[in-house]
Design a protein around this ligand. Structure first.
Ligand SMILES: Cc1cc2nc3c(=O)[nH]c(=O)nc-3n(C[C@H](O)[C@H](O)[C@H](O)COP(=O)(O)OP(=O)(O)OC[C@H]3O[C@@H](n4cnc5c(N)ncnc54)[C@H](O)[C@@H]3O)c2cc1C
Length: 419
């Protein structure tokens, strides 16, 4: 259906007819500097579907919001009329015997983990931002260090219910019956930053909480040693849950290996890892609160670097060198074991500097380099950096967007290639 700009009754009334609570937006609701007209909070999937159908008829550009902890990921949307808030979508159905949970998109991840922990289980994600929701985590698609053993977030999703831009609800996999058009919705929506649809609930595969944990850490004297240690640990049969690297602007590269499992045997596994890392220190218990945290401050620009596993330590060096050449610094951390790193550039680094660092990394590394989160005000700098670089499969992604949201009503322009 073609969006109808002149629809009556007035938009707020039409949106409210869905059963969602609708209010006028305030400056604090701005997304990427743009203040929407309305904020709506549907109570359930059916109301969310009616709301999106009404927004579609009215031609309203809609941006989803969970708790708003990561609303600055991706490019600022070209326009925003309506913010759809998911915070009322909070059901949790835990099938402990099947190691499966279905959670509403607005469920805070911390609440979900607390509920699962009571049954000795967990959704294997790493330290999350306070307040982040299930829907937000899926939409940003970030997988923490433990992806090495248990796979990235998208592989933990076994089913999903989502609502398309025109209000049509689709479910796939898991405990739901209807599989629409053969798409694997979980894989499409993970990391799509809400540009393909509203996720209303997600069914995840769970794991038992490990009995014991050990963290083995050592500072590597040089990049080549860090690369060798990573390789030796990954090939050792000690089955690490994560191999993380941390390379602050001025300081050595530290490698930390997390070993999880049953009490019996864990010390032997940790000792083997320590031996492979030149006699590293072994800490008992769960890793510290900073484990898996993104580098830098909350307003720094974050560049995401994905490289072949053996290249992670070198990529951290390249980020330092690229930043140095632009007279700035980079704090780098991430998963040496999975080849995914983040480099934080200070919030004061302007668009030209960020663009130059990203270009230099793309030229020097065999992998993908994206500006995942830009410092506030970077877009106003008048020299918007190329956030995405060359994206393989862009035509396919555009075709999927065309199929799901042909009128470009969902966070238009937030994703690569103007999607
Ligand atoms: C410092 C930091 C560290 C992090 N570490 C990790 C980590 O280790 N592991 C991990 O998994 N995640 C990590 N994340 C991601 C973070 O936990 C999630 O982004 C967070 O859960 C977002 O939730 P939110 O409700 O605040 O989302 P919001 O900020 O409200 O939204 C984030 C994005 O998701 C879209 N969105 C939100 N809800 C929906 C929905 N229901 N349907 C469609 N689109 C939606 C929004 O439009 C927006 O683009 C990290 C993020 C930050 C900033």
């Amino acid at each position: 259906m073609t969006p109808d700009e002149t629809a009556t009754p007035p938009a707020a009334e039409a949106l409210g007819a869905s059963g969602a609570a609708v209010r006028d937006a305030a400056p604090a609701d701005a997304v990427g500097g743009r203040v929407p007209r309305y904020v709506a909070r549907p109570p359930d999937t059916a109301a969310a579907a009616d709301l999106l159908a009404a927004a579609h008829r009215l031609g309203l550009a809609t941006v989803m919001r969970g708790n708003g902890t990561a609303g600055d990921w991706g490019a600022p949307p070209d326009r925003v009329d309506l913010v759809l808030e998911t915070t009322a979508l909070r059901t949790v159905e835990h099938a402990a015997g099947d190691l499966v949970v279905r959670a509403g998109a607005g469920t805070p991840l911390a609440d979900l983990q607390a509920q699962l922990a009571a049954a000795g289980q967990r959704l294997t994600l790493d330290p999350l931002v306070a307040g982040g929701t299930v829907g937000g985590a899926v939409a940003t698609g970030l997988s923490g260090p433990r992806r090495l053993l248990h796979g990235p977030l998208r592989d933990l999703i076994i089913g999903m219910t989502s609502v398309r831009a025109d209000g049509v609800t689709a479910s796939s996999g898991g405990r739901v019956v209807k599989n629409v058009a053969g798409y694997d919705l979980g894989k499409l929506h993970t990391g799509a930053l809400g540009t393909l649809g509203l996720t209303t609930s997600v069914t995840f595969r769970l794991h038992p909480r490990p009995e014991a944990q050990r963290t083995v850490s050592a500072a590597a004297p040089d990049t080549e040693t860090a690369r060798r240690w990573t390789r030796a640990v990954l090939e050792s049969g000690t089955v690490p849950a994560a191999v993380e690297l941390d390379r602050p602007p001025d300081g050595p590269l530290t490698l930390s290996v997390l070993v999880e499992g049953a009490e019996g045997g864990i010390d032997a596994r940790a000792d083997t890892v320590a031996g492979l890392m030149g006699g590293a220190a072994v800490a008992h218990g769960p890793p510290g609160p900073d484990w898996g945290a993104l580098p830098g401050g909350p307003e720094d620009t974050l560049i995401k670097i994905s490289v072949p596993i053996g290249e992670a330590a070198r990529a951290a060096d390249c980020a330092h060198e690229a930043a140095r050449q632009q007279h700035t610094t980079a704090a780098v951390s991430g998963s040496a074991g999975a080849g995914v790193l983040f480099a934080a550039l200070p919030a004061a680094a302007g668009a030209a500097t960020v663009g130059a660092v990203a270009r230099s990394l793309r030229a020097g590394l065999d992998g993908a380099v994206t500006v995942a989160r830009a410092a506030p005000g970077l877009a106003d700098d008048g020299a918007e950096p190329d956030r995405w670089g060359d994206v393989p499969g862009l035509d396919l992604m555009r075709a999927v967007k065309q199929r799901f949201d042909p009128h470009r009503l969902l966070a238009p322009g937030r994703f690569t290639g103007g999607i």
